[in-house]
Design a protein around this ligand. Structure first.
Ligand code: GLC
Length: 409
C-alpha cells in the first residue's frame, strides 16, 4: 500500500474513533480516540499512548489532546487508570460483557504497561511544545513514583501486576497455571478472573495489601521492559532537573533485575516471576522477547533471543511474524480465538516495539520483514485488532485504533 493510502485509511479510523466532549461526572473536557467504537468505547491507557504516537504523523494537536486527556485522569496520589469511562452512558453495556476492577464507578483501579512517558516524549519531540512537556512532567514523575511505591514492595526494581489484564496481554497462556485455568476459552478465563476479583473485593484499592495476599502476583517481563523503557524516556525529558538521576537509576535497576531474575540461560528467554516467592513461569510468549526494547540489553542475551526464538520458523518466524505465542507452544492458537486473545495471533503494537528494537540491535533485515509483513496484513485485511500469523486473516475488532501504529513502523 502506498504511504498516502495508508495515512488516509489511518486518519479515517482515528477520526471515526475520536470522542470529544465534557464528562458529566467531573466536568472535564475529553478528546481522545477509542480503541474500537463497538468493543472498547472508552479510553484505555496504553492504547491512548499508541494512538498519540500514530497521530504524530497526522495531527499534532490531536496527539497532544490524546495524552492531555489521559493525564487528566491522574489521581491525587499519582495513579493513572487503565480505563477511564468518560461517557458513562456506554458503561452498563460494556460491563455486561467484561469485568473491570474498580473502586470508583468512573475509572478502573488497575494499571496497564507504563509506556506513557515515551509517548509524551515522542509528542514533545514532534511538536517542540514546552508548555505541553512542562504540564506533563509533574504528572509523569508522580505516576512512576506511584508505580514504584505501590507495585514494587520488595524494592527489587520489578513492578508487579495483580491481574492479567494489567499487562495488556489478557489471556496469555503464561497465566494459565497461576489462574488454575482448565477450561481453555474466554468464558473459562473470565470465570477464573472472577475468583481473583472476589478475593480482592475487601482489599480493592490497597495494592500493597493485595500483593502481600499473593493471589495473582506477576513480575511480568513485558510490563517491566516497558517500565524501564518509560523510565529512560522520563529521565531524558527531565534533562538537568535533579529528579532525572532518580529515574535513570531506577531504569538501570529494572534492567538489571530483568537480567538477574527473569533471564533463563537454559531456555534463552525471559520469564515472568510468579508470586511473592518469584518462581519463573517457564512459558515462552511474545513477552519473553520484550527486554529487546532496551538498547542496553547485554549483547549475548540479544543474540540468544534473536537466533533461538525470533528468527526461528519453529517458534516466532512465521509468514506474518511475530505471533503472540510461538508456534512450538502446544497451546498456540493461530486462528479466531473468540475473545480468548493473546494466544497466537500477531498484533501490531508488539511488532512496533520489536521491529524498532531489532533495528536498533543491528538486525535491519528482520525489522524490514516485520514491517513489510505488517503492512501486507493491513492491506489484505484492513486495520484489525490482530491477525492470523499464517494467513494474515484479520481477527478481533475492526477499525482498531493502535493498528495505526503502522504509520510509525
Ligand atoms: C484488550 C487488550 C488490551 C487493550 C484493550 C483495549 O483487552 O488485551 O491490551 O488495551 O483490549 O484495546
Amino acid at each position: 500500500m502506498e504511504r498516502a493510502e495508508l495515512e488516509a485509511q489511518a486518519r479515517q479510523i482515528l477520526l471515526t474513533n475520536l470522542r470529544r466532549g465534557v464528562a458529566d461526572w467531573n466536568g472535564k473536557e475529553f478528546s481522545f480516540v477509542v480503541p474500537s467504537l463497538t468493543g472498547y468505547p472508552f479510553q484505555w491507557f496504553w492504547d491512548s499512548c499508541f494512538h498519540a504516537i500514530a497521530l504524530t504523523h497526522l495531527d499534532l494537536e490531536q496527539a497532544k489532546s490524546e495524552l492531555t486527556t489521559l493525564l487528566s485522569g491522574a489521581q491525587p496520589d499519582g495513579f493513572i487508570p487503565h480505563i477511564i469511562f468518560w461517557e458513562m452512558e456506554k458503561q452498563p453495556d460494556f460491563l455486561s460483557r467484561n469485568i473491570v476492577g474498580m473502586t470508583s464507578p468512573y475509572f478502573s483501579a488497575t494499571i496497564q504497561p507504563p509506556i506513557v512517558a515515551y509517548a509524551v516524549e515522542r509528542v514533545y519531540r514532534a511538536t517542540g511544545d514546552e508548555e505541553f512537556l512542562n504540564s506533563a512532567l509533574p504528572v509523569l514523575t508522580a505516576y512512576y513514583r506511584w508505580l514504584r511505591y505501590h507495585r514494587d514492595p520488595d524494592e527489587d526494581g520489578l513492578i508487579a501486576v495483580i491481574q492479567p489484564e494489567e499487562a495488556g496481554t489478557d489471556c496469555s497462556p503464561k497465566y494459565d497455571e497461576a489462574l488454575g485455568l482448565e477450561d481453555l476459552s474466554n468464558q473459562g478465563f473470565i470465570a477464573a478472573l472472577r475468583k481473583v476479583y472476589a478475593a480482592y473485593e475487601p482489599m480493592r484499592g490497597d495494592d500493597r495489601r493485595i500483593l502481600a495476599a499473593d493471589i495473582f502476583h506477576f513480575e511480568d517481563v513485558l510490563v517491566n521492559s516497558i517500565y524501564a523503557f518509560g523510565l529512560q524516556s522520563l529521565a531524558r525529558m527531565l534533562g538537568d532537573a535533579p529528579e532525572a538521576e532518580e529515574f535513570r537509576r531506577e531504569a538501570d535497576k529494572t534492567r538489571d533485575a530483568l537480567v538477574e531474575k527473569c533471564w533463563n540461560e537454559k531456555a534463552g528467554a525471559f520469564f515472568d516471576l510468579c508470586g511473592v516467592a518469584e518462581k519463573q513461569v517457564e512459558v515462552v510468549t511474545i513477552s519473553s522477547l520484550m527486554p529487546l526494547v532496551l538498547a542496553d540489553l547485554p549483547r549475548n542475551i540479544v543474540e540468544r533471543l534473536v537466533n533461538d526464538w525470533v528468527s526461528n520458523p519453529e517458534h516466532f518466524w512465521l509468514p506474518y511474524p511475530l505471533p503472540s505465542v510461538p508456534a512450538s507452544n502446544p497451546k498456540f492458537m493461530p486462528g479466531n480465538p473468540r475473545g480468548f486473545i493473546w494466544r497466537g495471533p500477531t498484533w501490531v503494537n508488539t511488532n512496533w516495539f520489536l521491529s524498532h528494537s531489532l533495528r536498533g540491535h543491528g538486525y535491519p533485515e528482520l525489522a524490514d520483514t516485520i514491517v513489510a509483513k505488517t503492512h501486507e496484513a493491513i492491506e489484505l485485511s484492513g486495520f484489525r485488532e490482530y491477525y492470523n500469523p499464517y494467513t494474515a486473516e484479520g481477527l478481533g475488532a475492526r477499525n482498531f485504533g493502535w493498528t495505526t501504529l503502522a504509520l510509525d513502523l
